[in-house]
Write a protein that binds this ligand. Structure first.
Ligand code: GTP
Length: 598
């Protein structure tokens, strides 16, 4: 394929502004997918994405397009997710693209992630094509939105295309704009091979499949290649393109996007961001890889059945291959046994990872309450990073606890500014700035401890603004705070999986809420179970779960043996879904009791 006839682009947008619908229309108009095979949101192929209506994984697809001037082009579209937790996926798609279609909802206007994603594209030097979508809506205000794009995003929107992805309006103009405004890839076929791995998936039959964008040179079947970061050598077995299903081809040249299969056995060998080069005529240097992204939210994943530990490890390894921002390391909990401490970019990311493990890999697991990473300045002057509150050193050895901060940007209708500010202040937020985007909408910026954010900030924000606020955030380093570790004791024994770190002022309130919640969730058992919250040696809250067994059988008056058996069976079954901690059976929900502490 001639490089000058290739266009590589992404579609970026705030959640729900119509990116996936637009992608569907592009596939239809270019006849990439036969009409009878077309179903809604074709690119959202994870079951979970369809259910939740959000895009999680990026999916590349190749289209053929004959322009109005009669020239044939190959367009590679890389769809991207819109949610803030997945911005890592967005930056990876953009690194494989030369242009971006920026979709903005004509009724909603510019939202927090419109700006964040547009900035990512500007930073990468991509050509941006603004599209104002949903002009079919009665509430559409394309002129206002055009003004917002210019004012807030800071790009020229005078030529913004007016479209309705739903009704198929403006699709032709978008395709024409892509071929005329997105530059052709700049690489050369004659240069040594440099192909960027921008994603990888595990396939049961083919093994590891790497998604690549070739920047220079040509990659062919049978070729001996080297992965530059690992130094490992392979022979290419299959090369192909996405239409959107995988279709083998003979070669991929400079500028093309596709996949390679190379008998990569170990799941850890294919690093996203690595450069593939020719073993015999290697490139001098690798392509600039990806910024390593550090997870900020952690939780423990434990198999419900102890024997399932190896299965959970394998599932995590496979998931990580498909989700390189996922982090995990083995950990042992006195309460829960062997498991893994896993790191995520945010709560939604954690939730999705957990569900994917359960659905795609069929492992039953318990997830402990999420916490953020902490930096501990010890009295010996060392800084220790901890991923688990249980790892906090003896308090006498701790000089200072530092927690991660984030800067949040919200776009809020003026009517809700007061409530939003109140919410931020309640969450230990520090005001940064406020400005009017239009007379009706305000951009509000706060610095907030991440720990306060992960609990349920987004939900609270939605509820105080009736869903009208949009949100984006970025990490802002670490800051010392007056934090304490609260231990939770079940039956007088501290349960490491339940301990949490919070601000001293909030420790009583949160301890009380957690204990109350646990009391509700832990079923009565054969003996009385005290539940306590303590800071250091000092117990701050205590409640008891009363014993039960007497009650279960008491109702049977010793007469009806079948009924008695049934009751005991029922009790046993209930136990199966529980995690045994010491003598106490604890239901799974209890581990998430901590999310509800406001
Ligand atoms: P994520 O995948 O979650 O990032 O969202 P998205 O940006 O891909 O949005 P999606 O395509 O899923 O569209 C969101 C909603 O807007 C869906 O209910 C679509 O049917 C609707 N929608 C998309 N385009 C249009 C349009 O042009 N007009 C109208 N009226 N609705 C549209």
């Amino acid at each position: 394929m001639e490089t000058r006839r290739i266009r590589n682009f992404s579609i970026i947008a705030h959640v729900d502004h119509g990116k996936s619908t637009l992608a569907d229309r592009l596939l239809e108009v270019t006849h990439t997918v036969e009409d009878r095979k077309m179903r809604q949101q074709l690119l959202d192929n994870l079951e979970l994405e369809r259910e939740r209506g959000i895009t999680i994984k990026l999916v590349p697809v190749r289209m053929n397009y004959r322009s109005r001037e009669g020239v044939d082009y190959v367009l590679n579209l890389i769809d991207t997710p819109g949610h803030v937790d997945f911005s890592y996926e967005v930056s990876r798609s953009l690194a494989a693209s030369d242009g971006a279609v920026l979709v903005v909802d004509a009724a909603q206007g510019v939202e927090a992630q419109t700006v964040a994603n547009a900035y990512l594209a500007v930073d990468q030097g991509l050509a941006i094509i603004p599209v104002i979508n949903k002009i079919d809506l009665p509430s559409a205000q394309p002129d206002v939105v055009r003004g917002e794009i210019e004012e807030v995003v800071g790009i020229d929107a005078s030529e913004a295309i007016l479209a309705s992805a739903k009704e198929g309006k403006g699709i032709g103009e978008i395709l024409e704009a892509i071929v005329s405004l997105v530059p052709a890839p700049s690489g050369r076929r004659e240069s040594p091979l440099q192909a960027l791995i921008f994603d990888s998936v595990y396939d049961n039959y083919k093994g590891v499949i790497c998604y690549v964008r070739v920047f220079n040179g040509v990659v062919r079947t049978g070729q001996a290649v080297t992965f530059m970061a690992t130094g490992l050598n392979y022979q290419i077995e299959e090369i192909g393109v996405f239409r959107p299903q995988m279709e083998p081809v003979e070669e991929l040249g400079a500028g093309e996007v596709g996949y390679v299969v190379a008998n990569i056995k170990s799941l850890t060998e294919a690093h996203v961001g690595d450069t593939v080069t020719d073993s015999r005529a290697p490139a001098q240097s690798p392509l600039p890889g990806y910024r390593k992204i550090k997870p900020v939210v952690f939780c423990g994943f434990y198999p419900i059945e102890r024997e399932d530990y190896p299965q959970l490890r394998e599932a995590l390894e496979k998931l990580q291959l498909n989700d390189s921002s996922l982090f995990f390391e083995p950990e042992t909990s006195t309460a829960l046994g062997f498991g893994f401490r896993c790191g995520f970019l945010g709560l939604l990311h954690m939730d999705i990872a957990k569900e994917r493990l359960q659905r795609e890999f069929d492992v039953e697991l318990v997830a402990t309450a999420p916490n953020v990473v902490y930096h501990i300045l010890r009295t010996d002057g060392e800084i220790q990073e901890i991923h688990n509150p249980a790892d906090l050193p003896e308090i006498s050895r701790v000089e200072e606890i530092r927690e991660p901060l984030i800067r949040i940007t919200t776009f809020v209708p003026t009517d809700y500014v007061g409530k939003t500010m109140q919410l931020c202040q309640d969450r230990r937020g520090a005001f940064v700035s406020m400005d009017y985007i239009t007379p009706e909408r305000v951009r509000l910026v706060y610095d907030l401890p991440l720990a306060e954010f992960i609990i349920d900030f987004h939900d609270r924000l939605k509820s105080v603004t009736r869903g009208y606020a949009s949100l984006d955030y970025e990490q802002r380093g670490f800051q010392a705070a007056d934090l304490v570790k609260v231990d939770v004791l079940l039956n007088e024994e501290p349960v490491d999986a339940f301990s949490f770190i919070c601000h001293r002022d909030a420790s009583y309130h949160r301890g009380q809420t957690v204990v109350r919640k646990l009391k509700e969730l832990i079923p009565r058992q054969l003996f009385e179970i005290p539940i306590q919250a303590a800071v250091g040696k000092r117990v701050i809250v205590r409640q008891n779960v009363k014993p039960l067994r007497k009650d279960v059988l008491a109702k049977c008056y010793g007469g009806d043996i079948t009924r008695k058996r049934k009751l005991l069976e029922k009790q046993k079954e209930g136990k199966k879904r529980m995690k045994q901690i010491g003598r106490v059976s604890v239901p799974q929900e209890a581990f998430l009791a901590f999310l509800d502490v406001s």
